[in-house]
Design a protein around this ligand. Structure first.
Ligand code: NDP
Length: 493
């Protein structure tokens, strides 16, 4: 079978990698390679950053008025909407999340572009009152320059939109390094937005390995900021590399999010919420509710409901509308999940359901892990502390509200937390004390471009979404003007 050969997208055109090397990319469901992606290196990062710098400084992009820039960003949103099915299919071929999920996700991406397009002409400066006689002082918000955007494989185009939409709205340009496992959608997206009229060099895509082209990009002195989504070790490496030039970074990292169920909750709804909170996307979600904290008095009854629902989950072909979970997206990820189940057992956890590799019902070679519920877990166990990023739920009982809070916050992570209760006072007490960037009450995983998203502790740095975070893609300049004919001697501070 001839493999489709992809190229980087630099300065508005496709470009072969400088190294002349490609990496195979495969469909995890069929376990067959379908394409070759460029194995880019520092030379490609250099070319992409140079193109983005030119586009930032000269040419049509900086000459656009904010209104015209907004119109361009609205067109990007419209372009995605018009190609949603195609883009979703490309993503499913690479990460094997279900087509129905990815289509739904891609259809929501335009909301991000439209929302931030609406802010492009609202980056108001401010004239400040001043206590310097005869002086005027005002503040400008200026774009930073070239933003490096590094994205993971689980929700590639959506997590790119979280960065690209505000960055463009503020007037920046971008170089994107998608995950080596899910490169194709970013390249097709770049092609489509250029067809829609984006000026050359404003969006560039270089593919390859994080340790190679990703690291080269992060360390490049021409990059003004790095916006990263991925695991903690990658995030840490990015932070360290960015420190050399004191580049700002945003880091959206992993999680070990608790879903906390109190006895007064609607237990049917809570069970559905807990099961879809962990097993949706096969657990390959940063906000997967991977720790179920359940009140001791309802533990057995609630666990039975969770297990019953878990066993109904249908594994299979991600393109089939009947499928709830596709295969694990990569072989290293599959090995990691099985290893986590192994050390959980060794640590004393009991497999209540799942815990094993299962075959594709259609007989294919994809790597499937049975949705797994582990009981007998205490929060100090490794399985309760480390991110699995797969379909594994750890069940931990608690005694009372204070105990639930203590266990929930006893984690290096702090991305999301779910709360299932009908007690309004408890909702507000807990919401204020949970160390998590998002708290969901009687729901889970609700996100929106209108609302900030991000982590406490090792779950990250900075926020994505909401109006205020657009300021993270600008720098502030204070301008002082002497309105008199006098100059104070020595300019004392
Ligand atoms: P990784 O951290 O492995 O990779 C993320 C991206 O970073 C990839 O493009 C990767 O390249 C690149 N990368 C890795 N190391 C470096 C480096 N030293 N310098 C520059 N770039 C680098 O994460 P995964 O792709 O495995 O994604 C899963 C992780 O992402 C999970 O931990 C998950 O929780 C987190 N995540 C967080 C979200 C959030 O919003 N908080 C949302 C979604 C996922 P390569 O192609 O080589 O892998």
């Amino acid at each position: 079978m001839t493999l489709e050969k992809l190229e980087n997208f630099i300065d508005g055109a496709y470009a072969a990698p400088h190294s002349g090397q490609w990496l195979e990319t495969e469909n995890p469901y069929t376990a067959t390679a379908w394409g070759l992606i460029p194995r880019s290196d520092a030379a490609d990062a250099e070319a992409a950053v140079a193109a983005a710098q030119r586009a930032f400084a000269t040419g049509p992009w900086p000459a656009l008025s904010p209104t015209q820039r907004a119109a361009m960003i609205h067109r990007i949103g419209d372009t995605i909407a018009a190609h949603a099915e195609e883009l979703a299919r490309i993503e499913v071929r690479d990460n094997c999340k279900t087509y129905k999920e990815m289509l739904n996700q891609v259809k929501r991406i335009p909301d991000w572009y439209h929302f931030y397009a609406g802010l492009a002409d609202k980056l108001n400066g401010q004239v400040l009152p001043t206590d310097r006689p005869g002086h005027m002082n005002y503040v400008r918000h200026e774009p930073l320059g070239v933003i490096a955007m590094i994205t993971p494989w689980n929700s590639p185009l959506m997590l790119l939109a979280w960065k690209l939409a505000p960055a463009l709205a503020a007037g920046n340009t971008a170089v994107v390094k998608p995950s080596e496992f899910t490169t194709a959608s970013a390249l097709r997206f770049a092609e489509l937005v250029y067809q829609a009229g984006l000026p050359s060099g404003v969006l560039n895509v270089v593919s390859g390995l994080g340790a190679e082209v990703g690291a080269a990009l992060t360390a490049h002195p021409g990059v003004a900021k790095v916006a990263f989504t991925g695991g903690v070790s990658g995030g840490r490496a990015v932070y360290q590399a960015a420190a050399r030039d004191l580049k700002p970074v945003s880091l959206e990292l992993g999680g070990k999010s608790p879903n906390i169920v109190f006895p007064d909750a609607d237990l049917e709804l809570a069970a559905r919420g807990v099961v879809s909170g962990i097993f949706g996307s096969g657990g390959q979600s940063c906000v997967a509710g991977s720790r179920l904290l359940v009140a001791s008095e309802i533990h057995d009854n609630f666990l039975a409901r969770v297990i019953e629902l878990t066993r109904k989950i249908r594994l299979g072909d991600p393109m089939s509308p009947e499928t709830d979970i596709g295969p694990v997206a990569t072989r290293p990820q599959f090995d990691h999940i099985m290893n986590c189940i192994g050390f959980a057992r060794e640590g004393g956890a009991t497999v209540a359901t799942g815990g094993v590799q299962v075959a594709d019902p259609a007989g294919g070679p994809g790597l499937f892990v049975a949705p797994t519920v582990l009981t007998g877990v205490t929060n100090d166990m490794r399985i309760a502390q480390e991110e699995v990023f797969g379909p594994v739920l750890s069940v931990i009982p608690f005694e009372d509200e204070a105990d639930a809070l203590r266990i929930a916050n006893d984690s290096d992570f702090g991305l999301g937390a779910g709360l299932w209760t009908r007690d309004v006072a408890r909702v507000h007490r807990m919401a204020a004390r949970l160390q998590a960037g998002s708290v969901w009450v009687n729901t889970y995983k609700a996100t929106s471009q209108i609302s900030p998203f991000g982590g406490y502790k090792m779950s990250g740095l900075g926020r994505e979404g909401g109006t205020e975070m657009i300021a993270d893609y600008t720098r502030v300049k204070s301008v002082w003007i002497n309105l008199t004919d006098e100059v104070p001697y020595g300019f004392p501070l």
